[in-house]
Design a protein around this ligand. Structure first.
Ligand SMILES: CC(C)(COP(=O)(O)OP(=O)(O)OC[C@H]1O[C@@H](n2cnc3c(N)ncnc32)[C@H](O)[C@@H]1OP(=O)(O)O)[C@@H](O)C(=O)NCCC(=O)NCCS
Length: 180
């Protein structure tokens, strides 16, 4: 990924930088953000958590893991984690956005830029996402981008004392020359 990144309407998707620490903390330290994503995204989100993330100690930043930059600030993230071995043709997408920017179609547009790019870049046949049962907004982001709901992993997540179903969405292509 070139430092200049991928441009969308109202945002740029580009690699994380050390200088993103303050804006990362400002947007990530929010229980309303953390509740929708994995526990690798803590709440409270401390300075040490931000430093660990930017140093690549939380997720592998060699994977396509990009900041969502809005008005010069890193306000969220989007990334894909490829499988290994016989699952290397497939990856899981994940994303989050600071609450100040919710409800403006930003993540719908970010996924519309990122998903085709990452499928091409990693030569993927499959890109999937898992969504906690209550997360209607995220399910809608995926549907808007042509992900199909494949089913539900029942009682798959126990998070903060509550049991959740996990909805599985995916976009697939059977031929690497196909559009997606
Ligand atoms: C989920 C999230 C990424 C949505 O980002 P966003 O930029 O606000 O989403 P959009 O504005 O593109 O909205 C997409 C659609 O979902 C709907 N939507 C968004 N939030 C919603 C909510 N809380 N409840 C119901 N619908 C919602 C929007 O109305 C829109 O619907 P439309 O396409 O019919 O107009 C954002 O709320 C977020 O970062 N949440 C915390 C982290 C998270 O849950 N990540 C996803 C993990 S799977």
């Amino acid at each position: 990924m070139a430092e200049a990144g991928l441009r969308g309407e109202g945002f740029v998707l580009r690699p994380w930088r050390e200088a993103d620490l303050e804006s990362l903390l400002a947007h990530a330290d929010d229980e309303q953000v953390a509740r929708g994503v994995s526990d690798r995204f803590p709440s409270p989100y401390t300075r040490a958590d931000g430093e660990a993330f930017l140093a690549g100690r939380v997720v592998d930043l060699a994977d396509p893991v990009l900041a969502i930059e809005i008005d010069g600030q890193a306000c969220g993230g989007i990334g894909a984690r490829p499988g290994t071995g016989e699952r290397a043709h497939s990856a899981e997408i994940g994303y989050w956005l600071g609450r100040a920017h919710w409800g403006k179609g930003t993540m719908t547009r970010a996924v519309s830029v990122f998903a085709p790019w990452v499928m091409r870049e990693l030569a993927l046949y499959r890109l999937h996402a898992t969504v906690l049962g209550f997360n209607i907004g995220s399910a809608q982001v995926l549907r808007r981008n042509g992900f199909l709901e494949e089913g539900v992993q029942r009682a798959a997540v126990f998070k903060r004392g509550v049991l959740h179903d996990l909805r599985v969405f995916a976009k697939v292509r059977r031929n690497l020359d196909d559009d997606h």
